[in-house]
Ligand binder design. Structure first.
Ligand code: PLP
Length: 370
């Protein structure tokens, strides 16, 4: 039984290098501290239409954008409810893609999996072979863009091109932990649904999920007899068209923060943001290879989360504690019991830059005596 552990007022600030939540700018935090207003007021229409249209501009997409209170997992569930009658093919290569399979199973769908060992990437040619050889007509194929548990960046663009050869099969991409830090041309690769959570590379406080929906996916939901109410594409997008608001009461303070941060993201621009993340990832990989090794299959390393193989057998938990204690910086152990001590992870996303990542790697070198 979990016992109450009273929240205090005196926690020291820690700089976050975990794979989300990540660092949030001061003015973005402050943006949340406004007197409350109603979610049916004109002011809410101004706020919601601003964040939706700014997001489309930042992502460079003509598809529709939904911003909903909740987290990315909401769209793992609703994209299955909205698009799948019976059969879904889930590509799995780590914990979050396995979660997607589990979500679909719990919704009563028939789930086939194309499985890879943790650390390996999903290959477009395997997806092609699987679809060609299978007798099943899949309503949906899913793939995670950035498997945060293993630090693998899957080639979802090429996989999307393969799935696009099957016009009745929709392609759903989990881009939590990468969208906003690793540019993707959403409209060019047959991606029907792509979603993220704002506490990752968008560098916002948690509490909202963002989903980009193609016209085809919207139409597909209309043909179905059942769909998600809360995360229904039709319900959320029609409400936006008619009223410029959300169908139910949103987390208004977080949307205020979103508005502020999306302006920062627009002024940086997605190319510069992509470049900054690439530099951080390249530096972290180089550092990791000098002292340890990278866990993901070579050539498929993430641009936002580095998963480093603990070849020196340092005590990962103790190193994390010591870096936190001495430097007020927090990075992450490996995912779950299998990878917990075998790997560790550095989130280089959102507001971080080369300098701040170097501060962390210096601290790890010092504490682990590398
Ligand atoms: C790749 C991936 N998918 C899904 C999720 C779930 O996101 P959330 O906790 O915001 O629902 C995470 C969270 O870390 C993730 O990294």
């Amino acid at each position: 039984m979990t016992e109450k552990s009273e929240y205090r007022d005196d926690y020291p600030d820690k700089t976050l290098y975990i794979p989300g939540p990540t660092e949030v700018r001061e003015d973005v935090i402050e943006a949340m501290c406004e007197p409350m207003f109603g979610h049916r007021m004109d002011r809410m229409t101004d706020l919601y239409t601003t964040i939706v249209e700014d997001t489309k501009e930042f992502l460079g997409t003509d598809n529709d954008v939904i911003v909903l209170t909740g987290s990315g997992t909401e769209f793992m569930e609703s994209s299955i409810l909205n698009l799948v009658d019976e059969n879904v093919l889930v590509t799995t290569c780590g914990s979050f893609s396995e979660r997607q399979a589990n979500v679909a199973e719990r919704l009563g769908k028939t789930v086939d999996t194309l499985e890879y060992e943790w650390g390996q990437a999903v290959k477009p040619e395997d997806v092609r072979n699987y679809l060609e050889e299978s007798d099943t007509d899949y309503d949906v194929v899913t793939c995670v863009k950035n498997e945060s548990s293993t630090g693998v960046r899957n080639p979802v663009e090429e996989i999307g091109d393969v799935v696009a050869e099957y016009p009745d099969t929709y392609f759903v991409v989990d881009a939590v932990s990468s969208l906003g830090g690793d540019y993707i041309d959403i409209d060019e690769h047959g991606i029907d649904v792509i979603f993220t959570s704002v506490q990752k590379a968008f560098a916002m406080p948690p509490g909202l999920g963002v989903c980009v929906v193609s016209d085809d996916a919207y139409e597909r939901e209309l043909e179905k007899e059942s769909a998600s109410w809360y995360g229904g594409f039709q319900r959320t997008l029609d409400y936006y068209d008619r009223k410029g608001q959300t169908h139910s009461t949103p987390a208004i303070p977080i949307m205020l923060a979103y508005r502020k941060q999306m302006k920062h993201m627009l002024s940086e621009g997605h190319d510069a943001r992509d470049q900054r993340h690439r530099e951080m990832a390249e530096y972290t990989r180089e550092w990791a290879r000098e002292h340890f090794a990278m866990f993901p299959e070579e050539g498929y390393e993430s641009q936002t989360v580095s998963c480093i193989e603990n070849t020196q057998e340092i005590d990962v938990a103790a190193t994390i504690d010591a870096v936190s204690e001495e430097y007020d910086m927090v990075f992450s152990n490996g995912y779950g019991s299998a990878l917990g001590e075998k790997t560790f992870r550095i989130g280089h996303m959102g507001e971080h830059d080369l300098e701040s990542i170097k501060e962390l790697t210096d601290a790890i070198e010092d504490v682990a005596d590398l």
